[in-house]
Design a binder for this molecule. Structure first.
Ligand code: T6T
Length: 329
């Protein structure tokens, strides 16, 4: 009898231990996993965003899963998102590659109970949690103020050109919130503040720098008095700058670049590019992870967080306080 009760207690103890072990395992599995799906993986902008996100993940003890496609394209991004939803991360941070085509795919994540935060780009109108529209379900939008950035680009280009002449925007394609807003801001500032500048038709390059370079040469062939170009993102700007060089127009056709990879910064040093407007992608990644974590741990979060810009030109390109905003490769 006595022996039996000892046995019983041993079984009970073993059961407790088993619960302890499984509770421990469950705890390990309960570590939050935050997915970051960039516009594309090989872009210095998103590589830098990932670094900021990883810094926050390390500080908070959460797992960061960085997964994306090789091209900035909804057809490529949606399957990556679907696969991520199947993995059931605790939250998804995503730079949607199209304002409308990512709405339904992201709704699936939301309906599966995975909180969604958009970083860099937005879906719908970008006004979330308003109860209006069918694309307001993401919890937050963390990004640069792209309309303002476009206005800053217009002012920088007008200044470099002496306030008159012909320019055009080298852009990716319509339907991307960031680059659409930059073009909108650029055109608005040109119309309101620089009446002697003519803005020619936008050239769309599908995020292909080679195409952007050929387009520059074609626009220049049709407009030998072309005085400036605004490259509305990294590949547009890189290509437009290369086009200016290939046309033998370095210094004559002014180039203002959105984004600041090392190649564009090098082009500032040689005089090919006049100004680069650096976004702060590391901050976008950092605050993305912090916001997701705050939400997961029961805190309220801001529905929108704006990060800043650093304007880089020949006068400050060597300044260490400016150099820290050059994107990582
Ligand atoms: O300009 C960034 C980003 O903000 C935009 O949404 C897409 O292009 C970049 O990634 C640069 O290539």
């Amino acid at each position: 009898m006595k022996r039996r009760s000892i046995l019983k207690s041993a079984v009970a103890l073993a059961a407790v231990a088993a619960v302890g072990v499984s509770a421990g395992t469950a705890f390990a599995q309960d570590k939050y996993s935050i997915a970051l799906i960039p516009g594309l993986t090989t872009d210095a902008f998103y590589i830098t965003m990932r670094k900021g996100a990883q810094a926050a993940a390390d500080a908070l003890g959460v797992e960061l899963i960085f997964q994306g496609g090789p091209e900035f394209n909804p057809v490529v991004q949606v399957p990556v998102l679907d696969a991520m939803i199947a993995r059931k991360p605790s939250a998804i941070l995503i730079a949607p590659t199209d304002t409308t085509q990512l709405v339904e795919p992201l709704r699936k994540a939301n309906e599966a109970g995975i909180p969604v935060i958009t970083v860099d780009t937005f879906i719908g109108t970008g006004k979330y949690q308003t109860g209006a529209g069918d694309a307001d379900f993401p919890l937050a939008y963390i990004a640069s103020d792209n309309v303002l950035g476009g206005k800053m680009a217009a002012r920088a280009l007008a200044n470099a050109m002496g306030g008159e002449g012909k320019v055009y925007v080298s852009n990716v394609k319509p339907g991307i919130s960031t680059t659409d807003q930059r073009e909108e801001g650029f055109k608005a500032a040109m119309a309101e503040e620089f009446p002697k500048i003519t803005v020619l038709d936008t050239q769309y390059n599908e995020n292909d720098a080679n195409k952007a370079a050929s387009q520059l040469q074609a626009v220049f062939a049709r407009n030998p008095d072309l005085k400036g170009v605004f490259g509305a993102n990294l590949f547009s700007a890189l290509g437009a700058g290369n086009g200016v060089q290939q046309a033998g127009q370095t210094g004559n056709i002014k180039v203002v670049a959105f984004d600041a990879p090392t190649s564009i910064v090098d082009n500032i040093k040689t005089g090919l590019v006049d100004v680069a407007i650096a976004q702060h992608p590391a901050e976008i990644g950092y605050y993305g992870v912090v916001s997701a974590y705050a939400h997961l741990t029961g805190n309220s979060i801001p529905v929108s967080i704006g990060t800043g810009f650093t304007v880089i030109d020949k006068t400050n390109v060597e300044d260490p306080n400016v150099a820290k905003y050059i994107y990582s490769e």
